[in-house]
Design a protein around this ligand. Structure first.
Ligand SMILES: [Fe+2]
Ligand SMILES: [Fe+2]
Length: 228
């Protein structure tokens, strides 16, 4: 059963490092403000588009969505970098956490692209969406970093749900449980005989870190204040 988010689930981000002590469970962050509701609506509409385009093709879905997932960390890290320079102030680990997220999502993309190659249409879609998403997310972070992190937190909730569904299909034998790729084994330190299910489980844990980091960042007044 999917739980509701509570602040003490993510025990201690400390000074906000990627080594989050996270709750390895699916949960949903209940919107508390209008900003949260807008963020959730944006994500739900995007998820519906993804459902329409990919349906049960989870390998392809993962590839296209990971190309988008890798953008916010880089843009958020860029803004936090500029803020640190502007105010000559420490970033409390935010830049590293956000750049690590971007890199981690990019590895997800590389890992899953070894299993399913994007079609010509999907390649076009990736370019088209990247162009607009970069501009929109840049403007969103410029004007409302809180909303930007909340959107990512909700995106990660959807990603977890989507990978959980993918995992179930593989466990039920609907999708073949093929051997894990070499990149997946070296990146996550999986066993030599690891399978697709091990890859998906490792991915879900990564997405849980992103979810917790971004919901926590969205709640952090100091980190999301960009002009003072
Ligand atoms: Fe991912
Ligand atoms: Fe993610």
């Amino acid at each position: 059963m999917i739980q509701e988010y509570s602040e003490d689930m993510v025990k201690d981000l400390g000074e906000v490092t990627p080594q989050v002590s996270l709750k390895e469970e699916e949960y949903r962050y209940t919107p508390k403000t209008l900003r949260d509701k807008v963020a959730r609506k944006i994500v739900h509409l995007s998820a519906e588009c993804a459902d329409f385009l990919f349906r049960e093709r989870y390998g392809h879905r993962a590839i296209v969505l990971e190309t988008i997932a890798s953008v916010p960390g880089m843009i958020g890290g860029f803004f936090q970098h500029l803020k640190s320079l502007r105010f000559i102030r420490d970033d409390r680990g935010w830049i590293r956490a956000l750049l690590d997220e971007a890199e981690n999502e990019r590895v997800h993309l590389l890992v899953y692209s070894e299993l399913a190659r994007p079609t010509k249409f999907e390649r076009f879609l990736i370019m088209f969406v990247q162009f607009f998403f970069c501009i929109i997310y840049f403007l969103l972070y410029l004007f409302s970093p809180k909303t930007a992190h909340r959107v990512v937190g909700y995106f990660e909730e959807e990603a977890i749900h989507s990978y959980e569904t993918f995992l179930k299909l593989v466990q039920d034998g609907v999708t073949e449980n093929v051997p894990a790729t070499e990149l997946a084994k070296s990146y996550w330190g999986l066993k030599e005989d690891a399978r697709l299910t091990d890859m998906i489980i490792a991915t879900i844990k990564d997405e849980m870190v992103h979810r917790d980091v971004n919901h926590r960042f969205a709640n952090d007044k100091e980190g999301t204040r960009m002009w003072s």
